[in-house]
Design a protein around this ligand. Sequence first.
Ligand SMILES: NC(=O)C1=CN([C@@H]2O[C@H](COP(=O)(O)OP(=O)(O)OC[C@H]3O[C@@H](n4cnc5c(N)ncnc54)[C@H](OP(=O)(O)O)[C@@H]3O)[C@@H](O)[C@H]2O)C=CC1
Ligand SMILES: O=C(CO)COP(=O)(O)O
Length: 313
Amino acid sequence: MKIAILGAGAFGTALAVALSVKGPVTLWGRRIGWRGENPRLPGIPLPEAVAVTDDPAAAMGCDTMLLAMPAQALGGFLAEHGPALDGKMLVSTAKGIDLRRLTGPSALIAEACPAARIAVLTGPSFAADIARGLPTALTLACADPATGQALQHALSTPVLRLYRTTDVTGAELGGALKNVIAIAAGVVIGARLGDSARAAIITRGFAEMTRLAGRLGARPETLTGLSGLGDLTLTCTSQQSRNFRFGHALGAGADFDAATTVEGVATARAVARLADRIDQDMPIAAMVARLADGLVSVDNALEHLMSRPLKEE
Ligand SMILES: NC(=O)C1=CN([C@@H]2O[C@H](COP(=O)(O)OP(=O)(O)OC[C@H]3O[C@@H](n4cnc5c(N)ncnc54)[C@H](OP(=O)(O)O)[C@@H]3O)[C@@H](O)[C@H]2O)C=CC1
Ligand SMILES: O=C(CO)COP(=O)(O)O
């Protein structure tokens, strides 16, 4: 397989570094203003086997493309480049729900590239960890088992271990929804509500994730796997997470750099709309959307969540 990574942010660059141990990789970004080391991934020199380009034509000779841009950018990217990508193996790494279509990345890709073979790469993995060669386990989701198997082998390395599933819906919903819950966990810690409250948010957040994903056709075991519980655990407990840090700043009343990618904000809004549409109760996700939009204070959000009717677990 000839691999190109489209999107030269932290994650695309980290994957390029990791996969370059197996052969040449093309890394495409829409505007490459750096040489040797990507400022979004500081301290990681790019190996020679990574060819960096801002020319989309330079990537089109590859048969396998990893789409490594934020979920809300994917629709616009596909509107421009979809026809050139159709027929290829396309692997999305975005962890979010598109705010306009209320779908995950795989449905956006399927619409723009109907002849593509589509997969999702997700799971607990900070870009910096992958780029440093630290051991990482991910989920590769693909509805077609043969394509999934081929991609699993092509994208695994001695330190990057991919597990396979055909449950694309579950894998991408786990990755998207955990970002929303990670913001809530960050709020709890930023507002000094304590580790016990964070454990409650993680657990009840996971219950919300599982309920919504189940309604949308996901398999329960996918949600308890790397792409669901695994990534939820990582993101809710690490300062490396941008979603957690954003929530922490919200909870502490501190500023946060608006240029940082925080997938959980738009996804919380998307989840709130989706939940309304299918009449699914998602109290934590709904509260994250309202908090991020400044429609409710942390104190009021807490009061609202704590005063809901008592019920069975
Ligand atoms: N960072 C991580 O640890 C991980 C991230 N992910 C997921 O990967 C996705 C990307 O995240 P990450 O790389 O960290 O984000 P970054 O903020 O580091 O980078 C985003 C990249 O996307 C590019 N981009 C934005 N819009 C477009 C567009 N329309 N066309 C082409 N490129 C575009 C940006 O380009 P420009 O610089 O020109 O704006 C930038 O290079 C997210 O969904 C994230 O959840 C998954 C696992 C781990
Ligand atoms: O998805 C991630 C880890 O698996 C990265 O999380 P953040 O986007 O919150 O940094």
